[in-house]
Design a binder for this molecule. Sequence first.
Ligand SMILES: Cc1ncc(COP(=O)(O)O)c(C=O)c1O
Length: 422
Amino acid sequence: MIQDLEKLKKQALDDFAQYIGPMKVRTMKSAGLDIVEEKRDGASVWDITGKKYIDCQTGSGIMNVGRHNPEIIAALKKALDTYDIGVFLLCSRQSADLAKKLSEITPGDLKCTIFGAGGGEANDAAIKIARGFTMKTEIIYTQNAYHGHTGFALSAIGREAYRAPFEPLMPGFKMVPFDNAQAIRDTITDDTAAVILEPIQGEGGINIPGDDYLKEVRSICNEHEVLLILDEIQTGFARTGKMFASEHWGVVPDIMTVAKSLGGGIYPISATIFTEEIMDFFIPHPFIHLSTFGGSDLGCLVGLATIEYIQKHDLAENAVKLGRRFSQGFDSFLKDYPELLLEVRQKGLMIGLQYTNQSIGPRMSKKLAERGVIAIYTGNDPSICRLMPPLVITPEEVDLVLNALGDSMQELSKESGIGKND
Ligand SMILES: Cc1ncc(COP(=O)(O)O)c(C=O)c1O
């Protein structure tokens, strides 16, 4: 039986390598993460062979409500009794309901929404709206930013490796260091349309800015009449202990983008949410930005069920409480393994473990996978491990992850050749 399942897994990996691409399979194998997901439930996922893992990766934050959440599935099943995707050119009650809900839960005067199916698409829309509304062209983005791989979003990615093969990208994009408001001030010109930022950089390595940064950026944008776009695609929907991370600093953007967890891990949907003033741009151009699958009736009903779930179960509070439980464990690792762990950057359940060098990320991922935990180093820097478990993770599961981390670090520290000079 086990042998049959191993065969099935090998076949899936071979087919993936052959028909999708070999490099992902090779990379995942070398990090011990050649997992082929089968059953999913809460914070857990089972490989096709039956091995159980706690998922601390969650597609970088798609699964805030947990894997295969039964309440979200019930909402989708109910929706399927009557609806399909819907016709995007017509007006839909479901999308109006979700847009209204988003205006209620987002901070300040964010009110109107354009839907999409993915995060890159949401950022493309945000940048288009900024250019269209201001009639200016320049977009300021930050080093190590990640906004997706579509056209405008890719032009705002702050990592050379993603951009280089596709140059020249969109003109008018200017990169500045993250967490440096003065650099934004120095870069703004009369032709600047917007600044785009993640409130906390996710893919860039869980980079949490200083307490004044977002507030200063907001006031610089106000001073120069430049729009502020906040990408809450990874940080949104209670991940950091507030519904949206920008609320930690009391900053309201002109445009906010959300995706990932809005779909409850079940149905793709994204949203670009902006102020009523910006809506003026669409009055003469109601059909200027369209998406066949964006804001589908099914996606919107799933989005509504997901927001209801997050509020009903107070997942923001869960992120705070369980984040605290994690951080107690991290404190002891920082003391016990200074040769491995340099720093922990954390807001709620958005966590970055900064290892002392780049060889440790892949080695820790492998050791954690052996112990039943999926935790992957970031694409930008293998010396950083990102932990983004579902917000429904239980205290017992947090302890299992901490035990796996402790055991892995203990093993690694005993192995020769590990340390700051490795
Ligand atoms: C902050 C941020 N913005 C945008 C995106 C792109 O989203 P998608 O992959 O749905 O296009 C991501 C994806 O990881 C992200 O983390």
